[in-house]
Design a protein around this ligand. Structure first.
Ligand SMILES: C[S@@+](CC[C@H](N)C(=O)[O-])C[C@H]1O[C@@H](n2cnc3c(N)ncnc32)[C@H](O)[C@@H]1O
Length: 211
């Protein structure tokens, strides 16, 4: 951890025991969770817009889902989180239950594209945490096309790993990096969206749906 990361972490409010355990276990088992600083950022974003319905892609062990649940619970809100790894989906359910969010979060097990095809309605906040898992350049922009109809006006589309885009000085970019670049290009240029990228960890994009 760099000095700056340590400082940023020191300013995040203390988490409940179960979330601290998730942080430790994720670190021990190399589960790539967003961590306390980005988690708290997500929580603040959800609170800012008074989110009631949130959707997450990539539950892992339920850590970021816990931050979203903490934000929407006071308004009687709900979180749907999607995870294709059955072991992780099971861990996420157990952790979210222990955190007191069993009635707030629904863990849907399956491939994100398949589950999305069955989802109905719109969400105030959509958190995408699977962009780095794509091994081609097409899936990230295709995912965006599938998500936008589910984002309500005034809602936020947030994506982790937004700066996993390779070097500016080399064309030798992986297909994953090319896909994330295309996703970023589309959210920043699309009419009806106001989007920006923040250099938080390896990047977070935030897109507000204006119309
Ligand atoms: C970076 S981790 C998510 C971390 C979690 N959001 C957190 O911060 O606590 C990404 C997760 O997404 C899952 N995943 C990756 N690609 C997926 C896909 N196409 N559909 C569903 N789940 C996917 C992986 O199995 C992994 O558990």
């Amino acid at each position: 951890m760099t000095d700056l990361e340590e400082y940023l972490l020191s300013l995040v409010p203390e988490r409940p025991q179960v979330m601290q355990r998730m942080e430790r276990e994720a670190s021990q088992h190399n589960v790539p969770i967003i961590g306390p600083h980005e988690g708290y950022f997500l929580y603040i974003l959800a609170q800012m817009i008074g989110a009631r319905r949130a959707l997450e892609l990539g539950a892992a062990i339920g850590y970021s889902g816990s931050w979203l649940a903490a934000a929407v619970q006071p308004r009687g809100g709900q979180v749907i989180t999607i995870e294709r790894d059955p072991v992780r989906a099971h861990q996420a359910r157990a952790n979210l239950k222990e955190a007191g969010y069993a009635d707030v979060v629904t863990v849907m097990e399956g491939e994100a594209f398949d589950v999305l095809g069955r989802l109905e309605g719109t969400f105030a906040l959509i958190f995408v945490d699977i962009l780095r898992s794509f091994n081609d350049a097409e899936s990230a922009p295709r995912l965006l096309d599938m998500l936008l109809p589910h984002l309500r006006v005034g809602g936020l589309l947030v994506a982790d790993n937004a700066l996993h885009v390779g070097s500016e000085h080399s064309q030798a970019r992986t297909l994953t990096e090319q896909g994330i670049r295309e996703y970023n290009r589309r959210i920043t240029q699309k009419s009806g969206l106001a989007a920006t990228l923040l250099p938080l960890r390896d990047g977070v994009s935030v897109a507000l749906r204006l119309a």
